[in-house]
Design a protein around this ligand. Sequence first.
Ligand SMILES: Nc1nc2c(c(=O)[nH]1)N[C@H]1C(S)=C(S)[C@@H](COP(=O)(O)OP(=O)(O)OC[C@H]3O[C@@H](n4cnc5c(=O)[nH]c(N)nc54)[C@H](O)[C@@H]3O)O[C@H]1N2
Ligand SMILES: Nc1nc2c(c(=O)[nH]1)N[C@H]1C(S)=C(S)[C@@H](COP(=O)(O)OP(=O)(O)OC[C@H]3O[C@@H](n4cnc5c(=O)[nH]c(N)nc54)[C@H](O)[C@@H]3O)O[C@H]1N2
Ligand code: SF4
Ligand SMILES: [Mo]
Length: 764
Amino acid sequence: MDSAENPVRFTGIKLGPPKTVAAGIPAVVSSMRHILEEMNAFRGMKALLELNQKDGFDCPGCAWPDPDDERSGIAEYCENGAKAVAEEATTKKLTPDFFAQYPIAALGQLTDYEIGKKGRIAQPMYLAAGETHYKPIAWADAYKIIAGHLHRLSSPDEAVFYTSGRTSNEAAFLYQLMVREYGTNNLPDCSNMCHESSGVALSESVGIGKGSVTLEDVHEAEVIIILGQNPGTNHPRMLTALQKAKANGATIISVNPLPETGLMNFLNPQTVKGMLQIKTHLTDIFLQVKINGDMALIKAIALLLLQEEEKMPGSVFDQDFIAASTQGYENYIAHLKTQSLPQLMADCGVAPELIREAAQALFHKKKIVACWAMGLTQHKNAVATIQEVVNLLLLKGSIGKPGAGTCPVRGHSNVQGDRTMGIYEQPAPAFLDKIKTVYGFEPPREHGYDVVNAIKAMHSGRARVFIAMGGNFLSATPDTLFTAEALRNCDLTVHVSTKLNRSHVVHGKEALILPCLGRSDKDFQQQEQQFVTCENSMGVIQMSKGNLTPVSTHMKSEPAIICELAIALFGEDTRMPWAKYMQHYDHIRNDIEKVIPGFDDYNKRVRHPGGFYLPNGAREGRFNTYSGKANFNIAPVQTTPLAIDEYMMMTIRSHDQFNTTIYGLDDRYRGVYHERRVIFMHPGDIAAAGFHPGDMVDLYNYHGGKERVAYGFIIVSYQIPEKCTATYFPETNVLVPVDSVADKSNTPTSKLVVIKIKSTIINK
Ligand SMILES: Nc1nc2c(c(=O)[nH]1)N[C@H]1C(S)=C(S)[C@@H](COP(=O)(O)OP(=O)(O)OC[C@H]3O[C@@H](n4cnc5c(=O)[nH]c(N)nc54)[C@H](O)[C@@H]3O)O[C@H]1N2
Ligand SMILES: Nc1nc2c(c(=O)[nH]1)N[C@H]1C(S)=C(S)[C@@H](COP(=O)(O)OP(=O)(O)OC[C@H]3O[C@@H](n4cnc5c(=O)[nH]c(N)nc54)[C@H](O)[C@@H]3O)O[C@H]1N2
Ligand code: SF4
Ligand SMILES: [Mo]
C-alpha cells in the first residue's frame, strides 16, 4: 500500500443503534476523556476555562460564533471544541529521537489516527534529498533552504503557497504580502475544497461572498432550513442557537440524506433542563433527499409557493422587496412554470406530502434563515444549488432584515478571516491596487492556482516548490495517489504545522517541517504576550490569546515564521517592515487597517470584549452586485444516471475527527464504534447486490477511464436513501477524481462520487 493511503487495518467494529439525542452527559464525559488522555487535569482545566471566553482564546475547532452577550463563565464550548483543544494542547511531543527512530516509510504505515496521537512537533526538522529520516535543523538554516529554492525558480509562479483555515488574520495578512511581494498569486487554501461554492454563488446573487445573518437572526427566525449540514458533530454549539430559536417558536426544516442525530433532538449540557434529561426536539420537518437532490427539492417548494401566491397575489411572495431589490424575477417565474412538479418530487426522492408540508410552513412566514455546509458545496452543480436556495429567500424577501438571511456555516475557525486578509488565488483588482498604494510595489495581477490547479501544476512539473501554512494537503485533497505523485514531484515541500500528518510523509525531494504555536499556546514577542485575531462565520472579528506554556521552546508563532522567512528571502530588497511586524502584532493590525476595508480603529476595537462586526451589505439589504440588486439565477436540475451496479457516495465526517485529524474511532451518534473503514448502505441495496451487513468490500471509481480503488470497507446497513452510500474522508479520498469539480468554484465533488462496490477477495 502506498504510504499516501491509510493502511487497511481493521480496529474491531462494534455497532449500536444510532443515537436519538445529541450532546447531554455523554458529550461531557467524552470531552473530559479526550482532555485527560492528552494532558494533566490542571493544564486541561486551564485551557477549557479560557476557551471562547472574551479574554481567552478562540476555539481551534469550527467557525461557529460565540454569543455576543453574556458567556457562560465555565463552559463556553462543546464536546468537539474540547477535543480540538485536547489534540492541540497535548503534552506529548515529537523530539528528534522520535524522527531518528522512525524512517519515513515506517511513519507511512501508521493510520492517520496513530500519526495524530504521536504529539506536537517540537523542533524544526529537515529531510535532505535521498535521506530516509527527518533530522533536526536550526531555524535560520531552514529559512536559507527555502529562500534558496525560491530564488532558483525560473518564475515565482513555480511556487505554491497553501493555507489551511486555522491561520490567524495577522499571519494570513503577512503570508499573502510575502507571497505577492515574491511575485505570485498562487495562494490556494482549504476554502477551495470547502465553501468556495458558497462564496461564488453568494457573490453573484447578493454581492458578498459571506453569509448575511448574525446569531441574533438565527434566534429570531420563524423558519430555519438546514441543508447538507451535520451541526451536532461539526458545529455543536449551533444546537444551542437552534434551541433558542425553537423556544421563540421557530420551525426547523432539515434537508439531508441522513437523519443526523444532532438535527433531531438536543440535550444542552449547560442548562439545568439538559442535566435533567429534558431534551429539545429540533427538526419539525425532515426531508430525506437523495444525494444532490436539493436543487429539485427547492424548485418543488418554490413551485408550490408560486401556486399559492397565484391564488392570492402578495400573500406568499414579498412583492415589494422583489420589485425594489431584485432582478430576474419574471424570468425565474417563467422558468419555474416550465418545471414538472411530479418530476421534481421524484428527482429529489422526498415524499410529496412532506414537500407540501415544508412549503406550507413557508407560505406565510417572512423571517427565514437558510443554513448549509458541505452537503451543498461539494457537488458539480453546487453554485447553482446554493443560488436556488437564495432564490427561495428572495421570493420571501428573507434577506437583509432581522431574523432572515443566508447562513453558510464555515468550517475552520478562521477560514473566513483568511479570505478577508487576501488569501485568495483570484484577488480583486481593488485589493491589489490598495497593496500597491500602501506599500509601493506592484503585486502580480495574473490569477494563481487554486487547490485543484495547484495539484495539476505540481503533477506536470509547472510548480516545483510547495509551502503550506497549516493543513494536511495530501489527505484533504482529492485523488490521493495523483496528489502524492504531484507532491513527490516537487523539489521542496515545507509544512508549518502543529501536529504530524501524512503530508509530512509524502514529500518532495527535500522537505521541512516547521513547528508553530497553536491557539492555546502563549505567544511572547519581545517579552510581551501577543494576541491574534480571527473572524467567525458571522463576520465578527475577535481577539484570541493562548494561556498555556508551549511544550517546546523551539516552536515559533506563525507571524514570526513568516517574518523571518521574508527577511531570509528578500534581505534588504523589500517594502515591508518585517522585523517590526514580529516585534508587536499591533504593527500588523495597523497595516491591515490601511489595506482592508472595515478594520478602522482595529487595534482599539478588537480589544473591546467580544470584538466587532465587519460591514456586510447583504445584511443591511444593500446588494453590491453588478446590477446593484439581488439576482435570481436560473439553472436546470441535474441528475446522475447510474448503472445497476453503481452508487452515489458522499464522503463525510465521523463524530471523532476534525477533517484529517482523527480524534478517535467512534461515530457515536451514528452508532458505529471502533472502526472507520465502513460504508453506509440502504438495506434494500445491500440485499439487491447480494451482500450482507458486515461484508467486506472494495470501492471503485472509474471517472475519466481511470480505475481508482479504496480497499477494505465493512458494510453497515443504515437509514440512507437507495443508491446513496456514505464513507468517511480522508480514507476514501483516493476515489475522488481530481478533475471532477464544481462548475465555477472548482471545488472537488466530494459529496458525489460514483462508485462500484465489489466483494473483497482475500489474498488478491
Ligand atoms: N468536529 C468537527 N467539526 C468540524 C469539522 C470536523 O471535521 N469535525 N470540520 C470543519 C470543516 S472544515 C467544515 S467545512 C465543516 C463541515 O461540516 P458539515 O458540512 O456538516 O460536514 P460533513 O460531514 O461533510 O457533512 C455534510 C452533511 O451533509 C449531508 N449531505 C451529503 N450530501 C448531501 C446532499 O447532496 N444534500 C444534502 N442536503 N445533504 C448532503 C451529509 O449527510 C452530512 O450530514 O465542519 C467543521 N467543523
Ligand atoms: N473527501 C473529502 N475531502 C475533503 C472534505 C470532505 O468533506 N470530503 N472536506 C474538505 C474541507 S471542507 C476542508 S476545510 C479540507 C481541510 O483541509 P486542511 O485544512 O488542509 O486539513 P486539516 O485536516 O484541517 O489540517 C490538519 C493539520 O493542520 C495542522 N494544524 C492544526 N492547527 C494548526 C495551526 O494552528 N497552525 C498551523 N500552521 N497548522 C495547524 C496540523 O498539522 C494538522 O495535522 O478538507 C477537504 N477535503
Ligand atoms: S461549536 Fe465549534 S467553535 Fe464552538 S466550541 Fe464547538 S467546536 Fe469550538
Ligand atoms: Mo471546511
